[in-house]
Design a protein around this ligand. Structure first.
Ligand code: NAG
Ligand code: NAG
Ligand code: NAG
Ligand code: NAG
Ligand code: NAG
Ligand code: NAG
Ligand code: NAG
Ligand code: NAG
Length: 450
């Protein structure tokens, strides 16, 4: 009875409770369902899902994560992912996040960015994107696309295996051009036009690349800088300055074979410093430049017309060449100048193996040579003047020009081309002296023996 009398009141309470909990749970669920990152157990969304500013996910390599358009609340400002086993970024994952300023994706075992995965809108505020410590990373065509409008900094580092596709970086950007740094990474090849984006700086640091084909660095890069890079083969058109490239700087690096027109076109400033180059093939550097500066670098061989360069100024400083083929330097030419100060300045050039014409220069070009050191031929060519004529490919009759006279003075060795009256057997003296000179040369520059 009493229970019967109280029933309507209890029912009412139950009903109110049910309605209230339904309302709360739909509100709760709707924001969770809408933004899947709020549902992801390893992610922390602060202050809360509907007003999210910071998303930080520490997934302890336990998860496969797929990022899609609409996964993040539009208010989000920073996104961090750490320790993801398998991360896939699909089209437009970050496109509609106008407040996003910073993204860091770190410690990822396997990562793939699909086409337009990292596309941005012109109203994006993204200023910094870092991807690092990735075991295998694959970046598809147009992975980085859309409009990167801020002075965005893009950094990719510590990648054991990085695969780029043609057009991987294809974003437009104006007026500010972002910079891209790739460091500590191993790439198999550089696909043609992988960097087909307006980049002010492309910097490669401690990167290993097997091979670079035509337009490997094509697109609209303004300054390309490589430091501690190991680039095994530069095929024709790998670095082509015919587009926007204004500066090329390679330092502390190893370049393997530079094939015909491996570095070509018009690049106002080219600097190669503390590098080792295995083989510079004919027209390996076919360049027009304001300034070419090669400093403290070694070349195993420079073939005929290896340096085919038209420049306002050329500096070859502290260069060590094992084999300098005939006419290797003859295609170095200076553009017209008003004064006649030397356009080509060669300081401290050391060559282990010279041939006829190895030191021949373009007759129109004013060359200054200081501290030249070359191997002595077996048997030595005497008198010295004759040797200089052969090295510079000059006719027997014409008087020596100023550059040849500089060379003659620098190639003079007291024991070489002695008068036959000299009592010490000339042959023995020459032989020992020569061997001695060679070994000191080798010791001084620490080159391997034959
Ligand atoms: C989410 O956080 C914002 C800012 O702290 C706050 O104004 C809002 O009420 C919160 N929303 C919920 C559902 O907790
Ligand atoms: C990661 O996920 C993709 C599917 O998106 C799959 O194809 C791939 O094999 C996975 N990789 C690893 C290492 O689990
Ligand atoms: C950002 O730009 C896109 C188109 O580029 C537009 O659809 C979107 O509404 C803009 N968002 C904001 C917040 O202005
Ligand atoms: C490079 O980008 C331009 C547009 O910026 C496009 O027209 C061209 O097809 C791209 N090149 C390649 C090889 O994808
Ligand atoms: C360099 O680029 C120019 C202009 O795009 C092109 O005409 C030329 O063939 C390219 N050179 C090489 C060697 O690829
Ligand atoms: C020259 O480059 C080598 C690597 O190729 C590096 O170990 C060395 O420290 C560099 N020297 C200088 C003076 O930077
Ligand atoms: C060039 O070589 C000469 C003689 O070996 C040496 O005295 C001088 O310091 C060297 N200059 C440079 C810039 O290395
Ligand atoms: C080098 O030049 C000299 C003089 O012109 C010539 O006699 C000699 O045969 C040439 N040597 C070679 C290997 O061509």
């Amino acid at each position: 009875m009493a229970a019967g009398r109280h029933l309507p009141g209890l029912l009412m309470l139950l009903l109110v409770y049910l309605v209230m909990s339904a309302v709360f749970s739909t509100a709760y669920r709707s924001s969770e369902e809408r933004y899947s990152v709020c549902n992801t157990r390893c992610c922390k969304v602060e202050p809360n899902c509907s007003a999210a500013l910071h998303v930080a996910c520490r997934c302890h390599f336990a998860k496969r994560v797929v990022l899609r358009d609409g996964d993040f609340p539009p208010s989000v400002e920073t996104i961090y992912f750490y320790g993801v086993r398998n991360l896939t970024i699909t089209a437009n994952a970050l496109l509609n996040l106008p407040s996003l300023t910073r993204v860091e994706l770190r410690q990822i075992d396997w990562m793939k960015v699909l086409s337009n995965g990292l596309a941005l809108n012109s109203n994006s505020s993204l200023a910094f994107l870092a991807i690092d410590s990735v075991r295998r990373m694959e970046l598809k065509a147009d992975a980085f696309s859309g409009h990167w409008d801020t002075e965005a900094k893009l950094r990719i580092g510590y990648v054991s295996s990085l695969a780029l596709s043609q057009n991987t970086f294809s974003f437009q950007s104006s007026p500010h051009i972002p910079s891209l740094v790739i460091e500590h990474a191993t790439l198999r090849d550089i696909e043609p036009m992988a960097f087909n984006a307006s980049l002010e700086f492309l910097t490669l640091k401690r990167v290993e690349i097997k091979m670079c084909r035509r337009n490997g660095f094509g697109g609209s890069i303004q300054a390309l800088s490589m430091d501690r890079v190991d680039l095994n083969e530069l095929r024709e058109g790998c670095i082509n300055g015919s587009g926007s490239l204004r500066r090329l700087s390679v330092s502390n690096s190893r370049l393997g074979v530079i094939r015909h027109r491996g570095i070509c076109g018009s690049i106002p400033t080219v600097t190669i410093r503390n590098c080792s180059v295995s083989r510079l093939q004919p027209n390996g550097l076919q360049l027009r430049t304001a300034k070419l500066d090669i400093c403290s670098s070694t070349f195993t061989s420079i073939m005929t017309r290896g340096l085919n360069v038209l420049a306002n100024k050329v500096y070859l400083r502290k260069m060590v060449v094992d084999t300098l083929q005939g006419h290797a330097l003859k295609a170095l030419q200076a553009t017209e100048k008003e004064d006649d100060s030397p356009s080509i300045r060669i300081f401290n050039l050391t060559v282990m193996h010279t041939y006829n014409g190895s030191l021949a220069f373009d007759p129109e070009t004013n060359v200054r040579v200081v501290h030249l050191s070359v191997d002595v031929w077996k048997p030595p060519v005497c008198p010295l003047e004759r040797w200089v004529r052969q090295l510079t490919d000059a006719s027997e009759k014409a008087p020596l020009g100023p550059t040849q006279k500089q060379m003659q003075a620098q190639l003079h060795r007291h024991w070489l081309c002695k008068e036959p009256s000299s009592t010490t057997p000339a042959a023995a003296g020459g032989k020992n002296g020569e061997a001695g000179a060679r070994s000191t040369l080798r010791k001084r520059y620490m080159l391997r023996p034959d």
